[in-house]
Ligand binder design. Structure first.
Ligand code: RAM
Length: 331
């Protein structure tokens, strides 16, 4: 009889352990990533990290999404994911407001919503996993360009879509940074939008040079924009004369750094961003966090993370890439 009881207790224990993977995360959580666009190498890298985390906690993951970053392109995907009863949606929003009613409906149905990379209005998600502090990103971009052009001359911004939450937040900070006396001889003449479309970004860069022949520098805070702009400049008479910086991936920018088109640009690690977003989703589904400020959760190799104000978790600082270090990175 005694042995029987011990056996039963052991069985109950192992069953309990089976339902929980490491770190108290439930096993078998279904998580769907919905990036702005699936055919953008930046999001492919983020998904690589997202998948690695999902594997660690024995979840079931997939990535779906549009090939264009248009404001409403993501809506139909959210509806499908809802019908499929995914436990968590991890989304980089192409528009701050367009998705909110759909994401709210998802949360009402018990789905946990994590935004990563590009947020929605805070009532449309549980947690935002942010690449870095917006203030740092915006100010650093201006500082890098200012140095490259000797703090003097006309500058432009080549952004992603006009509705992108992330780019718009950074541009606001850039405009604020530019008010400082150090930049009194620099003038922002235009904000152009390449819609995170390679061809459109290329044409917009060409258009900027035609409209503003005295342009000294461009900030493109999008991996799609900066690589298209670099491609245009690299075969133009402006190569090495008009400075281009922004946010790019080392793999897309390497040739332009090596051939003298671009001196330096910045980014965070997109793989870590996806990895952290998956752990945040798992912690929400497992009931470890709800998104309140001060709550903590374990994020595998990235260690323990704390939720800050407005449900925002920050990944970490930016890396600046130039010819001295670009070969050390492969993403
Ligand atoms: C593009 C996207 C993404 C942004 C990066 C820097 O890939 O617009 O949202 O974070 O650039």
């Amino acid at each position: 009889m005694k042995n029987h009881k011990i056996l039963l207790a052991a069985l109950a224990l192992s069953l309990g352990a089976a339902a929980l993977a490491q770190g108290g995360i439930q096993k078998g959580i279904t998580i769907a990533f919905l990036p702005k666009q699936v055919n953008n190498p930046y999001f492919a890298t983020a998904w690589k990290g997202g998948q690695a985390a999902i594997k660690e906690f024995a979840g079931i993951g997939k990535q779906v999404g549009p090939s264009d970053a248009g404001a409403s392109s993501q809506v139909s995907y959210i509806n499908t994911l809802l019908a499929q009863r995914q436990k968590a949606i991890v989304v980089s929003a192409s528009d701050q407001n367009a998705l909110v009613p759909y994401l709210k409906r998802a949360m009402q149905q018990g789905v946990k919503v994590v935004t990563y990379d590009s947020d929605v209005a805070p009532d449309g998600r549980n947690v935002f996993v942010s690449q870095a502090d917006n203030d740092t990103i915006g100010r650093d971009e201006v500082k890098i360009l200012a140095k490259q052009i000797g703090y003097k001359g006309e500058i432009a911004i080549l952004s992603a879509t006009p509705n992108a939450t992330n780019q718009n937040a950074w541009i606001k900070v850039m405009q604020d940074e530019l008010k400082k006396p150090a930049y009194k001889d620099m003038k922002l003449v235009k904000i152009a939008y390449g819609n995170d479309d390679d061809q459109k970004s290329f044409t917009e860069m060409q258009g900027l040079m035609q409209a503003y022949p005295n342009l000294k520098g461009v900030i493109s805070p999008t991996t799609v924009g900066i690589s298209a702009a670099a491609r245009y400049l690299s075969t133009s008479p402006y190569k090495g004369k008009v400075m281009l910086t922004g946010l790019g991936t080392p793999n897309q920018m390497r040739e332009f750094v090596k051939n003298g088109t671009v001196q330096g640009f910045a980014l965070w690690n997109p793989e870590d961003l996806g990895y952290l977003a998956s752990y945040a989703a798992a912690a929400l589904v497992s009931g470890q966090i709800t998104g309140k400020e001060g709550q903590k959760f374990k994020a595998g190799k990235l260690g323990e993370r704390t939720i800050g104000k407005n449900g925002v978790v920050i990944l970490g600082p930016l890396t600046v890439f130039d010819k001295s270090n670009i070969d050390k990175f492969s993403f």
